[in-house]
Design a protein around this ligand. Structure first.
Ligand code: 6XA
Ligand code: ZN
Length: 354
């Protein structure tokens, strides 16, 4: 196909170093849904259609990470595996999986010495194994998001961060929902920090993943310069359950800069695209100078852990509609677990955008 302009994809060449064995589901350890093949399928489909260029990320220093994540959390991520294996050499064969948490009424200001307690302090669920290569993979994934952002700051109309593990459930200081570093939040903050000369004063994050991006929302909840809009499965029945309701509209100076559109299981593309229209109109009204898209394709009818019914062809229309917003855009890969279809669906968004 003839491209109107090339799109750069920054591919996390180290993503497969994060390869969880099991996640907790209804009292049993089940094989992880978030597998390396997901990203491989997207890469293969991009290359098959010859959509732009694929390159590894540029390295960014830790200052880009501490713009979003707390130093003590980053230090934990960087050292967790070594701490785990130091407890027992046999742990090298086992993933770290949280089992105890600081829920309501507990203290979170003190980092305990006990390793399991530390894991609990910095996590939100038992569905997110931390493996020997998790930090290396997540760190390179953040570099992909920052590199795509850099390309857009340098004048590209759009760029794609193709990485795993995903990011939108990761908070300022916790992992969960298969996420460790919040790639979309890092991109948005980098656009603001480095985009002054380009006239970028306000950024919107549009989260089209099936799941509400609780981490992203919380990071920017009181910020007037970042609008977070999300279309997702109703948290009354869908992960992450405890955030993502329609009455969450931002706080303090950020009041009005958060929009949640929860939809019931079974939602089809007609209803979903009306929600997309609503979200994009709100982003236009906000006056965003640039857009970050949390691009999950777990809205697909065949997704094994989700409940919407979008079809592969619908993702072409999604890409077209995102492009019609007319903003410099960073696309950040998030969820999508119908592994054999993830490549076609994600790349349909990219092709629709072009
Ligand atoms: C519960 C399901 C986690 C959903 C992860 C996801 N283990 N988030 O796709 O967007
Ligand atoms: Zn998801």
């Amino acid at each position: 196909m003839a491209l109107k302009y090339p799109m750069k994809t920054f591919y996390n060449h180290l993503h497969a170093q994060h390869q969880g064995k099991f996640e907790m589901f209804r009292g049993a350890l089940v094989p992880c849904y978030e597998v390396p093949a997901r990203a491989d399928h997207v890469l293969a489909e991009l290359q098959r259609r010859k959509l732009g260029t694929v390159q590894p990320p540029l390295p960014f220093d830790d200052a880009a990470l501490t713009a979003i994540h707390s130093p003590r959390y980053l230090n934990f991520l960087a050292t967790a595996w070594d701490q785990w294996v130091a407890l027992d050499p046999a742990n090298a064969e086992r993933d770290i999986l949280p089992s105890v948490w600081a829920t309501r009424t507990f203290r979170t200001d003190i980092e305990p010495d006990n390793f399991s307690a530390k894991v609990g302090l910095y996590s939100s669920d038992a569905g997110t194994p931390f493996t020997s290569g998790t930090w290396v993979a997540a760190r390179a994934g953040a570099d992909c998001a920052l590199s795509a952002t850099q390309a857009v700051l340098a004048g590209d109309r759009a760029a794609f961060a193709l990485s795993r593990p995903p990011g939108h459930h990761a908070g300022m200081d916790f992992f969960g929902g298969y996420c460790f570093l919040n790639n979309a939040a890092l991109a948005a903050q980098h656009l603001l920090n480095q985009g002054k000369a380009a006239g970028i004063k306000k950024v919107a994050i549009l989260d089209v993943d099936y799941h509400h991006g609780n981490g992203t929302q919380a990071i920017f909840y009181d910020r007037p310069d970042v609008f977070y809009a999300s279309i997702h499965g109703d948290p009354r029945t869908e992960f992450p359950f405890f955030l993502g309701y329609a009455d969450e509209m931002g706080a303090g100076a950020g009041l009005g800069a958060n929009l949640n559109i929860p939809l019931p299981r079974g939602t089809d593309f007609a209803r979903w695209s009306a929600a997309l229209e609503h979200a994009l109109q709100a982003i236009t009204h906000f006056g965003a100078d640039a857009l970050v898209v949390s691009l999950g394709v777990d809205t697909f009818e065949g997704d094994p852990i989700s409940g919407f019914t979008l079809k592969s062809a619908d993702y072409l229309a999604v890409g077209q509609r995102l492009a019609a917003a007319g903003l410099p855009t960073v696309l950040v890969f998030e969820g999508g677990y119908a592994v054999a279809d993830v490549g076609v669906n994600a790349v349909n968004v990219v092709e629709g955008f072009l």
